[in-house]
Design a protein around this ligand. Structure first.
Ligand code: ES4
Ligand code: ZN
Length: 326
């Protein structure tokens, strides 16, 4: 349709993407075979059938299990290259991708294998598609502050290749305050800061991300809408929210995509963006997210253009590179 073509042709940045969440079932099987790893699924259809979640934790259990097929630098390269090829086809010109080193180093995989595999795919994506990218090292919030500090220490030799640190995994019970000191350390090293907040957690966690972590972006932020003063503050500060419509639907953050608040966010003056989060698990890449929410909410072309603009102005690209994309 016209809308599909318009969305595919809209040049965009993707700011909220977990690279481990782009592991398609077909690649999961191929890597399981290549590496002699056993997975608890008989077929690709069997894997897809397991992707029915009632909350974030349901999903995370399956997502961490899926990552067990990733062992070598080549695996991380192939994973990221598959994502970049798919993103380029969706009109993505710049991607800021999160990776969860602890998911791998806790299984005995070298940090170097993870990051070197991702970096070589990033260079290849730029050469092949002109798609630029940046890395966000994300701490697992269900693990300790000490473990996050150890992960930051492991990253030390590559800090000039890492744009930001992030905070993901099980939100409730693991507030941003738990990571205030490690975020301060990352900030002192010149890294940008992002954190998942207000996906399942209360508005108080969004306040903590702002006041205790001093984040540059909020990942998700849906539940900020419950607090009008917080909405006014986020809008006034021009804080970017990396919203993920299909994720919100699959994880029951919203009951129905027809009730997704993306247009309310824009109407409140919030700097919202559209992203895919974990596309292999949530049923679509970034253009699918634009299409699904545009149809469900009847978004105007102006709104879609605004969302795409926000993705560049909310990115960590230098101002001259942002200007080039607008
Ligand atoms: C995630 Cl959707 C989501 N929320 C929190 N942590 C995550 N890790 C990967 N996807
Ligand atoms: Zn996420």
């Amino acid at each position: 349709t016209d809308l599909d073509r318009f969305i595919a042709g809209l040049l965009k940045a993707e700011l909220h993407l977990h690279i481990e969440g782009s592991l398609e079932p077909e690649l999961m099987f191929a890597l399981a075979e290549r590496n002699g790893v056993t997975i608890p699924y008989a077929s690709v259809e069997d894997v897809r059938a397991a992707y029915a979640f009632s909350n974030l934790q349901d999903f995370l259990d399956i997502y961490y299990a899926g990552a067990s097929v990733l062992l070598t630098e080549a695996d991380f390269h192939d994973l990221a290259m598959a994502y970049f090829d798919r993103a380029a086809a969706d009109g993505v010109r710049h991607a800021e991708i999160m990776f969860d080193p602890q998911t791998h180093t806790d299984r005995g995989i070298a940090f170097a294998a993870v990051i070197e595999g991702l970096l070589s795919a990033m260079a290849e994506a730029e050469a092949k598609h002109g798609l630029t990218s940046a890395l966000i090292l994300s701490f697992l919030r269900h693990l300790s502050e000490e473990a996050a500090f150890e992960t930051l220490a492991m990253a030390e030799p590559w800090l000039d290749r890492i744009a930001a640190v992030g905070l993901d995994s099980s939100e409730i019970g693991h507030p941003p305050s738990k990571f205030a000191r490690v975020f301060a350390a990352a900030r002192a090293k010149g890294l940008k800061l992002v954190a998942h907040a207000g996906e399942e957690g209360p508005p108080a966690y969004v306040y903590e991300a702002l006041d205790l972590l001093h984040v540059d972006r909020i990942d998700h932020g849906n539940r900020a809408l419950e607090d009008e003063a917080l909405v006014q503050r986020l809008a006034g500060e021009g804080m970017t929210l990396t919203v993920c419509p299909l994720s919100n639907h699959k994880l029951c953050v919203v009951g129905d995509l027809a009730d997704h608040p993306i247009d309310h966010m824009l109407a409140e003056g919030l700097k919202a963006t559209i992203n895919s989060d974990d596309p292999a698990y949530f049923g679509g890449y970034v253009a699918d997210n634009y299409r699904a929410v545009a149809r469900a909410r009847g978004l105007s072309r102006e709104a879609l253009v605004q969302l795409a603009r926000n993705s560049f102005t909310g990115s960590f690209l230098p101002p001259e590179a942002v200007a080039m994309h607008l």
